[in-house]
Design a protein around this ligand. Structure first.
Ligand code: PMP
Length: 404
């Protein structure tokens, strides 16, 4: 085992070194612009940003920034303690009530990040003789949450209802079962097949938790998320969300029945043993939630941009899989070419995220092209034309119906 770990470490180091030597290393690039929106500055150059999760473009909204500043003036810069002890401000409680109302749940509980929320929630609901059943494409934080739990963990094939049923039917009736899915899958951009998943969960008396990091602010009435989009809020037992995407801040939360929230509050170690989210983070997330409801044009603009980009990419012959969201995968299906394309796009002033092994299989490597409400059609067109030019240089196979 020791040797295997050492070998893996050496392989990873060699891979990183190789990428750096070839000038292909795409990670940890500092952004130096005064603000972050659809254009950012990297290495002194303006770059079109198509790799951000700030779907509604709120990170520089004057109302959101003013709320953060006012919270610092009133409460200071940090809470210096856990929610459990000295780290709960009236701000946290007010936002919890606001989130619960917004989502249509009895209660909500704020953690310091979305990652910590999943760690805490996934590990605290079920016990030693129980089962957690996850979609294989769930977020890394859900996987980590299962590792902290004492329950047995089973995986079903991505969005495969038959496979989910095969698993549930084989489990002891008396055991507690928690099924965990993402609302919007963060690599491929597709949605959970929630209506069928919930039907199966009900059939086998399993609880259902949905991580809606990428659905909040994007789907449903006024951005209420994936469960609302399907009209299944009541049937979804636990809804997890993050402030780090549409809500332009940092933090996470879970919304559910009061009894369930009360249980998580007193058992989730990532909540109890970690400092609470800062006043500025909470105030800005709360302000962003107001904007979502007051500036409805943002969600509309996000979807207009999304459909515009999807259609243009398909017209040019790109394989964008089965995305149903502003996360558009451009399949390259080769790790090295994916890195090359990312680098060549950066040289041409376009920021995208490479998704390669082990995040996906090597035959599924892709460029993740993410839309924001604040992109213009012109910016999208410029970026996609560059993707197209580079795809030709790299001799990527495009669909036959490419017209340009
Ligand atoms: N869940 C999903 C699906 C995510 O994509 C992310 C962030 N990439 C998280 C949870 C973690 O959220 P946070 O950034 O707030 O830690």
């Amino acid at each position: 085992m020791k040797n295997q770990n050492a070998t893996q470490r050496l392989q990873l180091n060699a891979r990183i070194k190789g990428m750096k030597n070839m000038g292909l290393y795409p990670y940890f690039r500092p952004i130096t612009s005064n603000n972050q929106d659809s254009v950012v500055k990297i290495d002194g150059k303006d770059v079109l940003m198509f790799g951000s999760n700030s779907y509604l473009g709120l990170t520089n909204h004057p109302y959101v920034k003013a709320a953060a500043k006012a919270a610092i003036d009133k409460y200071g810069t940090g809470c210096a303690g856990s929610r459990f002890l000295n780290g709960t401000l009236d701000l946290h409680v007010e936002l919890e009530e606001k989130l619960a109302r917004f989502l249509g749940k009895e209660s909500a509980l704020i953690f310091s990040t979305g990652f910590q929320t999943n760690l805490g929630v996934v590990s605290s609901i079920t016990g030693r003789n129980d089962y957690i059943i996850i979609d294989e494409a769930d977020h890394a934080s859900i996987y980590e949450g299962t590792r902290l739990s004492f329950s047995k963990v089973l995986k079903f094939k991505h969005n495969n209802i038959e496979n989910l049923e095969q698993i549930l039917v084989s489990l002891p009736e008396e055991a507690v079962k928690l099924v965990v899915v993402d609302g919007v899958y963060s690599m491929e951009g597709d949605l959970a097949r929630l209506p069928e998943i919930i039907e199966i969960c009900h059939k086998y008396q399993a609880m259902i938790m949905i991580d809606d990091a990428h659905g909040l602010g994007v789907l449903g009435e006024n951005g209420r998320g994936t469960a609302n989009h399907f009209g299944l809020t009541k049937e979804t037992d636990l809804i997890v969300g993050t402030f780090s995407k549409s809500l332009a801040s940092l933090g996470g939360f879970v919304a559910a029945d009061s009894k369930v929230i009360d249980h998580i509050k007193h058992t989730a170690r990532s909540l109890i043993f970690s400092a609470s989210a800062t006043p500025a983070s909470i105030a800005s997330a709360s302000a962003a939630l107001d904007i979502i409801q007051n500036e409805e044009w943002r969600i509309q603009a996000l979807w207009d941009n999304t459909y515009f980009a999807m259609e243009y990419l398909q017209e040019l012959g790109f394989d964008i899989g089965h995305t149903q969201s502003p996360i558009i995968p451009i399949y390259i299906r080769d790790d090295e070419k994916t890195y090359l394309m990312t680098k060549m796009l950066m040289d041409e002033g376009v920021f995208v995220n490479p998704v390669v092994t082990p995040a996906v299989g090597p035959e599924d490597s892709l460029i993740r092209f993410s839309l924001m409400a604040t992109h213009s059609y012109k910016q999208i067109e410029i970026a996609i034309n560059k993707v197209y030019k580079i795809a030709h240089k790299l001799k990527l196979p495009l669909y036959e119906y490419a017209t340009v």
